[in-house]
Each structure stands twice: as structure tokens, then as C-alpha cells.
Ligand binder design. Structure first.
Ligand code: MN
Length: 273
């Protein structure tokens, strides 16, 4: 199923060709602060979803009326792996590599949704790059999760663009500007992704194909990313892991359109402002 946020924090689901607004049936207060409603739902997903489609407050949803928003607004953590495809390491002449350097973090507040714009900071002499990535959403949290158990901790997947100002400042700062982590357009639950290690991921800027790679070429694969990150920090439901970018990163400028599409996951197009 596809799980999404829309129209001001409402929560909906698509199963096959049918969509529903679950907000009232789940008793979700869209005005609650902090906005952790999706994290809370993921944490007790099976229990809260049991029988929800038959609940009298569940409404059919016409997706043409739904303006999708970032599916997880306030995760506990947004972890990201650096250079995680050999060819991207070569193009960046980078000694930073996921298998050598582990992960870093982006500010949670850099997350934005499929209908938001990527807003560039006013840094006219700097290059600001797109990085096309698969986003992992943790379902069952844990510490010291073993590789062989890792995929059972995955709730689902989404498209993720890791935006970055190239340069020498601390990476966490260059990657943490507001809107620098487009994420969505929804979360596809793990059961709908036949093999996360065989997903073609593509990114276009203004219809020019810039990145085109397959997750089979990840240097640190998904189970190892979960094993490594949970060896350092407890993973919580709703945590997001950006899996690292392949080759083909490049600059964007105001007025560009950035489109990301990942097989079995979805696609979204964002304007750059
Ligand atoms: Mn990245």
C-alpha cells in the first residue's frame, strides 16, 4: 500500500486503484504539535490499521483533490550515506565513501514534499547539486540490528533527493537548508517492493536525464546500512535513511524542474526557486 500525507496533515492510503482518507477513523489531530502523527502511525501500524477501512469515519478519496505533502515531517532522525556507488566516487574524486566513512545526518527540517519547491539559498557563486537517492523508512526500531534481520525493520521506501551546496563547510550545514531533502511522494510499504536491491532510480533536470542507476550497484547495501547505523544509534519507527547517490550529480538553478522516479516506488517533480 501507499501511505501519504495530504491537504494539511491528513493521512491517506492507496491500495490498488482505491484511495481513502483515514484521518478521522484513526483519530488523528492534524493540528497537534509536534507533527509526529505519521511516526506514531508507523510505530503501531498493524494495530491501528486493523479494520480501519471498515470504520464509519473512513472516506473514499479522489486523488485529484489531494495535494500530497511530505509523508514524514518529523522523524527522530534523517541519516544519509555518502558516495555509495563507485562511479560517483570517481566523478567526485572523493575519498569519502560509505564503506570507509559511514553515515552523516541532515537536519530533519530540510524535509519537504512532492508539491513543495526546492528553495535555493542566495549563494550565487556556489554550485548546488541534486543527488538521486532511495529513501528507507524504518518500521520496527532497534539497536545493533543484525544484517540478516535488517529488512524486517524496514517499513517502506520513498524517493529522496539529497540537495547539497558543494564546498568546504561542514557537510551537515551544506545539506541542511530548508527544502534540501525532497521526500515522497508517498511511502510504499516494503511488501510492495519485490527486491529493494534491484530498483532503477532516475533523475532528470528539465527533461535531461542526469542520473540513472540501479540499487544493485550500492557499495554498502541496505541491510548493511541498517546494521551500521543501528550499531551507533537506536533506530526509531519513522527514521529515514538516504542510501547515497550514484554518478551524474550536477547543478540546479532557479526555474529548473527536477524529476525523480524509482521503480516500484513512485515519482515526483519539484520546481527550483
Ligand atoms: Mn547523498
Amino acid at each position: 500500500m501507499k501511505l501519504f500525507r495530504f491537504n494539511g496533515g491528513r493521512i491517506g492510503v492507496t491500495i490498488g486503484n482505491d484511495s481513502w482518507d483515514l484521518t478521522d477513523a484513526l483519530g488523528i489531530d492534524i493540528h497537534a504539535w509536534p507533527p509526529v502523527q505519521m511516526v506514531q502511525l508507523i510505530a503501531r501500524f498493524d494495530e491501528r490499521m486493523a479494520g480501519v477501512l471498515e470504520h464509519p469515519a473512513t472516506r473514499r478519496l479522489d486523488m485529484a483533490t489531494a495535494r500530497l505533502e511530505v509523508p514524514i515531517e518529523w522523524p527522530n532522525k534523517l541519516l544519509a550515506f555518502p558516495v555509495n556507488y563507485l562511479k560517483h566516487g570517481l566523478e567526485m574524486k572523493s575519498v569519502n565513501r560509505a564503506d570507509l566513512n559511514g553515515f552523516f545526518m541532515k537536519a530533519n527540517s530540510s524535509l519537504c514534499g512532492p508539491n513543495d519547491a526546492i528553495v535555493l539559498p542566495d549563494l550565487p557563486d556556489r554550485e548546488i547539486h541534486h543527488e538521486c537517492e532511495l529513501g528507507i523508512v524504518i518500521g520496527k526500531g532497534g539497536r545493533n540490528i543484525r544484517r540478516e534481520d535488517a529488512l524486517s525493520h524496514v517499513f517502506g521506501y520513498a524517493c529522496l533527493i539529497d540537495m547539497v551546496v558543494r564546498g568546504k563547510e561542514e557537510r551537515v550545514m551544506r545539506k541542511s537548508y530548508d527544502t534540501f531533502c525532497p521526500f515522497g511522494p508517498w511511502i510504499v510499504t516494503a511488501d510492495e517492493v519485490p527486491d529493494p536491491a534491484k530498483l532503477q532510480a532516475r533523475l532528470w533536470v528539465n527533461d535531461e536525464l542526469r542520473q540513472d542507476a540501479n540499487t544493485r550497484d550500492l557499495i554498502v547495501d541496505i541491510p548493511s546500512m541498517i546494521e551500521l547505523s543501528s550499531s551507533v544509534a537506536t533506530l526509531y519507527p519513522g527514521d529515514i535513511i538516504a542510501t547515497g547517490t550514484p554518478e551524474g550529480v550536477g547543478p540546479v538553478k532557479r526555474g529548473d524542474r527536477v524529476r525523480i522516479a524509482i521503480e516500484h516506488v513512485g515519482e515526483m517533480t519539484l520546481q527550483v526557486r
